[in-house]
Write a protein that binds this ligand. Structure first.
Ligand code: SAH
Ligand code: SF4
Length: 411
């Protein structure tokens, strides 16, 4: 079948079209299979006159063995492999920078889009235990973000564009693949155990691509992750929380950051559109769509600790009241400063006093450990080169000052 005919035989809507990833001015753009759901791939193989089960076979090669070359897909006939090579590709976003920290944290900067493109970041944070068994990947959903929360460096960039499904799932693909580069194909496994959609962007404002990528995370033919280990984090786009409830069973995290509307309007401006009462009600509805094995036993409440701003004990008491009818676990996040940020990080003592109020009221309340500081990979520092440049400038200044000190002390 001609290439164009194959493309048009796929039922795609406008947003899904991005999956096709056609390079401009290329007479034979290839179809990128990386971001396709199982249903889409099945349809694709049927359109080639092939059996549906080919979809599962190819998915396993791609997502479980990290093979992008069709020639290596040995359980697929030579004829079909040739056909696939002509019209398809398996292409993850381009890694322009990677950095592996001493504490096990890994960070990748991807270039997405054509030409010079835009940059997005992905961070892998290993568990704090000795086994190192847990590896959590912080995945981006957009380049920049339109919501402009006052403490968030991504928000300061403004919104540039949505990521496509292949660009989203590609982050997980690259992270897993990075552990398997020297492993024989037959012995490859998936190393990332948890995904949090807590990188750049607001995932619920890029709904379809995010849902598609997350369904690949859960799919047994792809990453087969437990739904409790796949978390979508949102600043609170209420109607989309309801839509998510209909479409996907994953864990939900709400970026709360303030326990009353007045303060939240200031820190998380989307609160003016969807105030706290609406947000809490939507989280309750999300949990009500509970199944036996559901990921919806509780929501995670994220709360960034800003010194003197939202960390008074009064705020903790307000939070107890606000969350009294919402099964929730609370995660206090020490603020990660970035250049020109108008806030400071709450002291350890203040954070612990805040935590105590919540724990005494019966909440499970943890304090997030800040990781990956040495590679600018900590949460909220996903701002790419601007932050990197500033950090380098700071480090340089420190070095110069140290040298001055040495020269002075040597008389
Ligand atoms: N847009 C989504 C997901 C990405 S932000 C959301 O807001 O939930 C992921 C998390 O990082 C959010 O809880 C966010 O509030 C937090 N965050 C942003 N900037 C931060 C900073 N400077 N320090 C600590 N956490 C930050
Ligand atoms: Fe966007 Fe989340 Fe940052 Fe707010 S905290 S600006 S919603 S990425």
């Amino acid at each position: 079948m001609a290439h164009d005919a194959i493309r048009s035989s796929l039922v795609v809507d406008e947003q899904d079209n991005a999956t096709l990833h056609p390079p401009k001015n290329d007479a034979t753009p290839k179809i990128n299979l990386l971001g396709m759901s199982r249903a889409e791939l099945e349809q694709f193989f049927e359109s080639l006159g092939e059996k549906k089960f080919r979809a599962g076979q190819v998915m396993k090669w791609v997502h479980q063995y990290f093979i992008t070359d069709f020639a290596q897909m040995s359980n697929i006939s030579g004829k079909l492999r040739e056909k696939l090579e002509k019209v398809c590709e398996v292409k993850a976003p381009e890694v322009v920078h990677r950095n592996y920290s001493k504490d096990g944290t890994r960070k990748w900067v991807f270039r997405v889009g054509e030409g010079s493109g835009s940059l997005v970041e992905t961070v892998l944070i290993p568990a704090d235990d000795k086994t190192g068994a847990r590896k959590t990947l912080c995945v981006s959903s957009q380049v920049g973000c339109a919501l402009d929360c006052s403490f968030c460096s991504t928000g300061k960039q403004g919104f540039q564009r949505d990521l496509t499904p292949d660009e989203i799932i590609g982050q997980l693909w690259v992270a897993n693949q990075s552990y398997m580069e020297d492993v024989a194909v037959a012995e490859r496994t998936r190393s990332v155990t948890n995904v949090v959609m807590m990188g750049m962007g607001e995932p619920l404002l890029n709904f379809k691509p995010v849902v598609k990528a997350m369904s690949l995370m859960l799919d047994d033919f792809a990453y087969g992750m437990s739904k409790r280990r796949v978390t979508l984090s949102t600043s609170g786009i209420v109607p989309m929380i309801d839509k998510l409830a209909e479409q996907l069973d994953v864990a939900l995290a709400i970026s709360l950051h303030a326990p009353n509307d007045e303060l939240r309007n200031e820190l998380v401006p989307i609160n003016k559109k969807y105030p706290l009462a609406q947000l809490i009600a939507s989280a309750q509805r999300y949990l009500r769509k509970d199944g036996n094995e559901s990921a919806r036993k509780h929501v995670t409440i994220e709360y960034v600790m800003l010194d003197g701003v939202n960390d008074h004990l009064e705020h903790a008491h307000q939070m107890v009241k606000l969350l009294q009818d919402l099964p929730s676990k609370i995660n206090l996040i020490p603020f990660n400063p970035f250049p020109h940020a108008p806030y400071g990080r709450s002291s350890r003592n203040r954070i612990m006093a805040f935590q105590k109020v919540l724990s005494d009221a019966g909440f499970v309340c943890t304090i997030r450990q800040t990781r990956g500081d040495d590679i600018d990979a900590a949460c909220g520092q996903l701002v790419g080169q601007v932050a990197d440049r500033t950090r380098r400038a700071e480090q340089w200044k420190k070095k110069v000052a140290q040298q001055h000190e040495i020269v002075r002390s040597q008389g």
